[in-house]
Design a binder for this molecule. Structure first.
Ligand code: MFK
Length: 555
């Protein structure tokens, strides 16, 4: 019998993930942790078993746009994959959005919700995208306080009943303005009856299957830029599910997130309602952006976790040069580096989630509010870059099999590659980090948090070196910022290195703190090893970079 290689397998994501279990014990009161453990375990079983199998069977089932019915009627129907149809039901029933809005766990509601998503999303083929926008729409309506729209949409957006649950779209990007949303050309016209209709073209509208959307348009007569735009609510479909005065021109042929039906849309006089006045659309949609950026951090973290789970399992099954890869020092060393990056990202993301939950529960002070504003872009940009690097390396851990489509492995990397792009590129998010700092005292809060986390580990000698590295890097970032001062060119050129240093130094500080907790609670030395390894990778990206050299090389 010729040799056949055992494929990688997944276990239960709850049982197989010590960092997750430590985090739940550390971050949640025991009664909350105990109450949610059964649902986390159940989702872990589903994600590692039947959903993973369906995901592999579903590899070639991309969504399809049916523009016309057989008799010539324009229908613009989008058919989604079988796994996405299951995901629709599961997302509602398991409360993947609703858990954040039900108030069951107060300030811990967001941690609960994102733990649920962490357990299952890697098996749902980026169904996280419509859920992120649904969550963002719910939060935006609440933040902006439009009672009529809240009453109409919130019970649907946060529903646990698949028959009544809605998802929401977020239609922002236009041909002219990808990052520079203020350039948007869509026009809002008021009719004689006082109703508003939208005319224009939306160039990237993810998950066009949603019954509603939040979008931006410029009321006729308004000035240019983001201030001249207004945020509108669109009821995209009628009772029968048919699009209303909206044409789907085509679905995008994308590198990854292929199950997400991302469309080009034409708004042909689409009925719409202003959500919060007739201007300041960009500012008003930022509630949504901050929620979807937090989801993006989640996508990075659960994507890395899935990739590592497969790579580590495979290493026990693949024998080369006389031993399983799991006993080859160089392979083990490679996986160790990836695990450390993942652990830092996990803790950074959940720190943002904790702050978000406290803000929404009304239990947040000014310093933490400022920290939340700053950590949101930093989490998004830092974890997205880590996810691309980790998933790329994981493919290599499989040799040629990692490059072959029907193993399902290339998906890991393709779906990660979108994370630094959508919801704001790394550079746009780096500039948002500077924007956040201009608005508040958040750098002081950031340094305070890094120092406090490291100080919490003062009694554990083996954490001293990584702790010092975290504090040193965060202080260096702060010193760079004050040296750059009012030099806008220098600030902009260095913004990415600055933001990544903030992100990586916070990851290390959180990991040091977590490792000290593990030490005190007899949870073993793994987290301390992760802290040492992350420190060895380096968390200070500031460096010495000449603007003149950049002009010579980058122009
Ligand atoms: C795993 C699942 C992940 C989720 C998947 C979802 C898929 C969805 C696909 C997409 O839709 S991708 C489209 C995403 N597009 C973007 O993210 C746009 C990227 N561009 C930016 O974020 C720019 O920074 C921005 C458009 C916001 C800049 O525009 P402007 O007009 O130059 O903004 P300006 O004047 O700086 O800011 C306007 C106001 O908003 C200011 O407040 P004030 O008016 O009070 O001064 C800003 O402080 C405020 N602001 C801007 N960004 C903010 C913010 N406030 C809070 N948070 C923010 N992030």
């Amino acid at each position: 019998m010729a040799f056949l290689q055992d494929p990688p397998r997944l276990g239960n994501g709850w049982d197989d993930d010590p960092l997750l279990r430590e985090y739940v014990s550390r971050a949640l009161p025991p009664e909350v942790g105990g109450a949610i453990e059964p649902e986390l375990r159940e989702l872990g079983e589903l994600a590692g078993g039947p959903l993973f199998e369906l995901q592999l069977q579903d590899l070639k089932n991309d969504p399809e746009l049916i523009s016309w019915d057989p008799w010539g009627q324009r229908v613009d129907e989008v058919r989604i994959s079988p796994l996405w149809r299951q995901a629709e039901r599961l997302a509602a029933e398991k409360g993947l959005v609703a858990a954040a809005y039900e108030g069951t766990y107060g300030r811990h509601a967001r941690v609960h919700q994102f733990l649920l998503n962490y357990m299952v999303q890697a098996s749902l083929d980026v169904y996280s995208c419509p859920l992120a926008m649904t969550d963002g729409a719910a939060r935006t309506l609440l933040d902006l306080g439009n009672r009529a729209l809240i009453e109409r949409a919130l019970p649907r957006l946060a529903s646990r009943d698949p028959r009544t649950a809605w998802t929401s779209g977020q239609w922002m990007t236009e041909h002219i303005g990808g990052s520079d949303v203020g350039l948007s050309e869509t026009v809002a016209r008021r009719g004689d009856d006082g109703s508003w209709r939208l005319y224009g073209r939306k160039w990237f509208t993810s998950a066009v299957t949603a019954p509603m959307a939040l979008t931006l348009a410029r009321p006729e007569g308004n000035g240019p830029g983001g201030r001249g735009l207004a945020l509108f609510y669109v009821q995209a479909r009628d009772e029968g599910g048919r699009l209303q005065d909206i044409r789907v021109d085509r679905l995008k042929d994308k590198l990854g997130t292929r199950k997400v039906p991302t469309a080009e849309l034409e708004l042909l006089g689409t009925l719409a309602e202003p959500v919060a006045g007739l201007s300041d659309g960009v500012r008003n949609i930022t509630s949504m952006l901050n929620v979807t950026r937090t989801w993006n951090g989640g996508g990075a973290v659960w994507g890395m976790r899935r990739a590592l789970a497969l790579a580590k399992d495979y290493a026990t099954r693949r024998v080369q040069f006389g031993a399983p890869l799991s006993r080859k020092p160089l392979h083990v060393d490679t996986l160790a580096g990836l695990q450390a990056e993942f652990e830092g990202a996990f803790l950074l993301w959940f720190r943002a989630v904790e702050l978000m939950g406290r803000r929404e529960a009304g239990e947040i002070g000014d310093a933490d509010r400022a920290l939340l504003r700053l950590i949101t872009p930093v989490v998004k940009l830092t974890t997205a870059k880590q996810a691309v690097a980790v998933t790329s390396e994981v493919l290599e851990c499989f040799g040629g099999a990692g490059y072959v489509e029907d193993t399902g492995l290339p998906l890991l990397m393709r779906d990660a590659q979108v994370l630094p792009i959508w919801e704001g590129t790394t550079n746009v998010l780096s500039l948002d980090t500077l924007r956040a700092l201009r608005k508040g005292e958040s750098l002081a809060a950031w340094l305070g948090e890094v120092e406090a986390r490291v100080a919490a580990a003062a009694g554990v000698p083996e954490l001293r070196t990584p702790g010092e590295a975290a504090v040193r890097a965060a202080r260096r970032a702060a010193a760079w910022l004050s040296e750059a001062g009012a030099d806008e060119g220098a600030l902009e050129a260095g913004a990415r290195r600055f933001a990544l240093t903030l992100g990586r130094s916070m990851e290390l500080a959180l990991l040091v703190d977590h490792a000290a907790w593990c030490h005190a609670h007899s949870r073993g030395p793994r987290a301390a090893a992760a802290a040492r390894r992350l420190a060895a990778h380096g968390v200070d990206e500031i460096g010495v970079f000449s603007r003149d050299d950049a002009d010579l090389l980058g122009a």
